[in-house]
Design a protein around this ligand. Sequence first.
Ligand SMILES: [Zn+2]
Length: 304
Amino acid sequence: MSKWKLRSCGTAAAVLGLSVNPSHAQTAPDHPAVTVQGRTYTPRSILARNMGAPEDQTTAFPPHKIIGNIYYVGTRTLSSFLVVTPQGNILIDSTYERNVRTIEKSVQQLGFKFSDIKILLGSHAHGDHQEGDALVKELTGAQVMAMAEDVPALEAMKPGGKPHPIDKVLHDGESVTLGDTTLVAHLTAGHTRGCTTWTTEVQEAGKTYDVVINCSLRSPTMLTQAIVDEFNRSFKVVRTIPCDVPLGDHPAQYGMTEKYAKVRSGGPNPFIDPAGCHVEADIEEAMFRAILAEQQGAGKRSAQ
Ligand SMILES: [Zn+2]
C-alpha cells in the first residue's frame, strides 16, 4: 500500500473491514455513537455511508443537472461537479485517477466537452477526491488551483509517480472566476488542513440561489489540539455561509440519491433544500464532540 492511499478518506484498514474482508470488520472498536434527527451514527457507519462498496466508488451515477450551471458528473459515492460557463468549464474533484475516464464520459453524456475544462479545483487532499488531478490536467490542460494549507498533502499525492500539478495557490476567501461564474474558496479545515468549501450563486427561473459545495467535516479518530482548533473554527464558519443548495464531497452528505429520484418524478427542484443545509455539520459536530469527550476522558483516566 503506497503512502498516498493511506491518506484517502477511508483508511486502508477501515475500507478493508467495511467491504473487502468482513472477517476483519470488527477488529477495531466502533465508537462513540451519536444520534442526530433520530438517526444513530458511529465512525464506521459514517464512513460506510460515505464510501459505499468498492464498486460504488467507481461506477458512474447518472450525470445530471443540479441547478443553474452546476452538474453532477461523479460516481455513486464520490462527488465530482461540473460548473459550465460561456468561457469554458470548471471541474471540482477529479476523485480517484481510475475514475477520470468515467467522469469524462459523464461530462460528454451531458453534451459538454471534457477538453472545455479550464480550471480544476478540489475539496480536499485525500486520494478519493483529488488523486486524478494530474490525469485531468494531462487530458484537458486545465489550471489546477489548491488551498495553501492542502498543498503539502497534495504534493505527496503522486499516482504512478506523477507529480501533483498545482498552478495556483489559493487562500481563505479568495475567489475563482471563469466567464460569468465566481466560486469562493472557504477554508473549513479539520478533515484536512486545507479542506475547502466552495460557494457560488446560480440563477434558476428568475431567482438567485446560494450553492454550497461542502468539504467533509468528518473527524479523525485521534484528535490533536491543532485539529480541535480547526474544527471549532470550521463548524462555526459553515453555519454562517448563506445556503440554499447544500452539496458535499460524498453524495450521501446531501442525500443525492433521494433528491435525484424526486427530480425524475417532477415537481420543484429537490436540490433547493435550505432546511438541509446544516444537517451534515450537525452529524459531524456531534461525532467530533463525542470523540473529543472520549479522548479527554481517557486522558484523565490515564493521568490518575
Ligand atoms: Zn477525506
